[in-house]
Design a protein around this ligand. Sequence first.
Ligand code: IMP
Ligand code: MG
Length: 186
Amino acid sequence: MPKNTKFMEKLHVLDKTFAVSIPEAEILKQVRRVAAEITRDMEGKSPLLLPVLNGSFIFAADLLRQIPIPCEVSFIKLASYQGTQSTGQIREVIGLNTDITGRHIVIVEDIVDSGITMAHMIETLQAQNPASISVCTLLLKPNSLKVEVPVDYCAMQIPSDFIVGYGLDYNGFGRNTKDIYTLVDE
Ligand code: IMP
Ligand code: MG
């Protein structure tokens, strides 16, 4: 089977079909660019990078290897559960086993869509009095934003379509690809 045929560029995940929208080479080029920006801004600050599981595991692995300054890394997760109050969902940052007081924090996220997840994350971390909080996201859907989120480092902006690959999933599947794929209408 020859490479680069239409067949090779399509990806089937569960009941949906996706097509390559951002090839690996372009992703890695933009990852290197934001890594250089973080390196420049965080030099001498000994930052603590907080990649958000699960979606950012591949992005974080590529990003971190391009940041040569001293830094710490701690993977975190935002756990959502229903509270007993009528206010609905409570979100809690889990996995953070380091005191972040006075630290320069860089949150590493896969995608900022409505921005609600990131806004909660910033609010929760802010309560622990870090020196600064920066947001680094692989992807941003600017037309989907519902709340204001300060994004300091953004590898790529994309339209409001659903995507998978390079760590991002559709119902748990589709994370394990080198390229990023967009949902196509059948
Ligand atoms: P937000 O709170 O709406 O910004 O949602 C962010 C989260 O939704 C991300 O961390 C992803 O887990 C998920 N998400 C948003 N858009 C996509 C997408 O296109 N593909 C896969 N997951 C997505
Ligand atoms: Mg996520």
